[in-house]
Design a binder for this molecule. Structure first.
Ligand code: UDP
Length: 254
């Protein structure tokens, strides 16, 4: 693909060395995985859509003052991001019962929660990303109490903002997962939002029909995965005009 140094190859994204120190290039692949990578598929066009959607949402969040690692979208599949030290915790916030929550607490899918619920999962594939408490996070020194406070405050702000943004386009934000990283500016450590925000890590339901417009379409074999991600992009007003093709399209005839 290119001669750039590959820093990390993840399930849905690859990180390459960036053009300047302290930067990385985040490349969005079409690979879809679920259930700790036991289910895998290539969904043509997914990476292009997630790159667009995440860039758009991160830009909107930066506009309201949420610090993010995102710098700018470079092309169809790549974005320039700040290099951060990833905190190995997935922060999940839920507004409506779905997914693992329905099984863990026997709360039927679709039940609105009295108040948003935050959960933490330790990022460790070998252990199947176990759910952990604040005590585990601080005792194992994955994050300090102060960092954790910052992560929670940012998660609540992101949830409030995105809930409104999605409602405005007829979509319920059911739940989502965030990741955070540390950056140092002038010897001071800051917590910033990292990774991506896309239908791969959010549950998004149509407001009227409850139709799923997210990765559950892949997890549950509902079909039309890329079409649903396109619908989210279309409603956000960012559907790539050139379509999902990367190269110039050959024009036949003449
Ligand atoms: N999620 C994610 N990565 C993970 C696990 C979950 O992005 O490794 C997202 C998922 O898309 C959903 C939310 O976090 O929006 C809550 O997921 P849940 O705990 O219900 O797990 P799942 O049912 O996806 O296994």
């Amino acid at each position: 693909m290119s001669r750039r140094r590959r820093i990390y190859d993840g399930k849905a994204k690859t990180m390459f060395e960036g053009p300047e120190p302290g930067t990385l290039i985040q490349y969005f692949k079409d690979d879809a995985t679920a259930f700790n990578a036991q289910k895998r598929e290539i969904l043509s066009g997914k990476g292009v859509l997630n790159n667009r959607i995440s860039a758009y949402l991160m830009t909107k969040l930066a506009e309201i003052g949420v610090p993010t690692a995102f710098m700018r979208r470079l092309n169809m599949r790549e974005q320039l991001v700040r290099e951060v030290e990833i905190i190995p915790i997935e922060v999940v916030i839920r507004n409506i019962s779905a997914g693992s929550f329905t099984k863990r607490f026997a709360v039927p899918e679709g039940t609105p929660l009295e108040r948003s619920v935050i959960e933490y999962f330790y990022k460790k594939d070998e252990l199947g990303d176990p759910m952990v408490s604040e005590e585990h996070i601080t005792a194992f020194k994955w994050a300090t109490p102060h960092e954790l406070d910052e992560m929670v405050a940012l998660t609540v702000r992101v949830n409030d903002f995105l809930t409104g943004l999605f409602l405005g386009i007829g979509i319920k934000l059911v739940d989502f997962k965030l990741e955070f990283g540390r950056i140092w500016i002038d010897d001071e450590m800051h917590i910033v939002l990292a990774d991506e925000i896309s239908p791969d890590n959010c549950r998004l339901w149509d407001l009227k029909t409850n139709e799923k417009l997210d990765k559950d379409r892949f997890r549950q074999d509902l079909g039309n995965v890329v079409e649903s991600y396109s619908e989210v992009a279309r409603r956000l007003g960012i559907m790539p005009e050139e379509g999902l093709n990367e190269g110039p399209t050959l024009v036949s005839g003449e």
